[in-house]
Design a protein around this ligand. Sequence first.
Ligand SMILES: O=C(O)C1=C[C@@H](OP(=O)(O)O)[C@@H](O)[C@H](O)C1
Ligand SMILES: C=C(OP(=O)(O)O)C(=O)O
Length: 429
Amino acid sequence: MSEIKLQPASTGIKGTLSVPGDKSISHRSIIFSALAEGTSHISNFLTGEDCLRTVQAFREFGVEIKQEGTNVTVQGKGLDALRAPVNPIYFGNSGTTARLMSGVLSALPLFSTAYGDPSLSKRPMDRVVEPLSEMGAEITGREKGKFLPLAFNGQKLRGATIEMKVKSAQVKSALLLAGMLAEGETVIYEKGITRNHTEMLMSQYGISLDKQGNKLTISGNQQPQASNLTVPGDISSAAFFIVAAAITPNSSISIENVGLNPTRDGIITALKKMGAHIEVDQVEKVGHEPVGRVYVKTSELKGCTFEGELIPNLIDEIPILALAATQAEGTTYIKDAKELRVKETDRIEAVVTNLRKLGAEVEPTEDGMIISGKNKLTGGSVDSYGDHRIGMMGAIASLITEGTVLIQDKECINISYPNFFDHLKKVCK
Ligand SMILES: O=C(O)C1=C[C@@H](OP(=O)(O)O)[C@@H](O)[C@H](O)C1
Ligand SMILES: C=C(OP(=O)(O)O)C(=O)O
């Protein structure tokens, strides 16, 4: 594990960036391409460690996947060509791989086992194991399938009607994938709106699906067909530089090719509500996803309350939003975000501990936090706790601190943003 010492920005941050491909869409592009019949080409694929876990998982099932930088070619041979892996599959740190693959692995007539790193091994898997069991899935695992490692006695599942208990795109996607492979019809009632990339990609890969309000209906025995895809830039990665420009004096940056799916753009809504100068233009559709340019400059921010339906729309951006709130005039309340407690770390505790170390005034609550602004941050040591988004929050904080910031375990940032430090250097010139 290595650390990095970052100096405060001597001038504002400036320039143009193109952030790496979207993590959620990259995972899904591999899943659909690997299950498909025919050759799929994916460009602007995220080469972060998490997405490479999904690639590796399908290689273990005998799928030929060629990766050259951000271009990936998947030789899909259809569902019947997949063979049982000999070794346990390693999901690493990736919740998305673990949850989505659980839907696939329980529904294919193959036996497989999977495990994760220490962080993923603590994250709840019963949220997928229980509803999949209602479809006939045979999954066993530690503490009755609550945690990894899991074993999948894969078989033909039967369609079922499932009422989701958590607002989670990962759970919804696991059920949609299982439903696509099952016998009969599956009906899923979502608890709230969550990212819809699985639904978008199902349409792209020739899978039919009906959505009426919060009710999703999918018929079984569907075989995806190969497709070519360009992955939009990840708004969750862009968020770090959007906030950086908003809170650092004398700054302005443009971020090109940012995915702007309305189920993902809550960070822009939230920052605009705080008074940030953000402009979005050049919006076009790339496949089924809207993509555009985001321009942002130094802004006077004011404290706000964020809660309810907005939360799933910016769930991964809450650490960086909390940093923005330390620079806002007045108090910011983040509510309804209990899910943060079961991410790569307990992100409520991790954000509060680290921002306090840097001199901010933050109080944890059961389902969020209360941030008092506006505070000059001092500098100090930030422990990423192996969580990429916590590490990046600390690195962006260093732009506005009085002293240096030491980030411990900086490698974890490779999970979602492998060239993060190059981009930071580029905009700091
Ligand atoms: O479906 C996805 O790709 C994701 C959904 C979210 O998790 P939940 O479904 O647990 O909310 C998010 O936090 C994660 O980074 C990616
Ligand atoms: C929570 C995250 O990812 P995952 O659930 O896939 O580990 C994230 O990227 O912030």
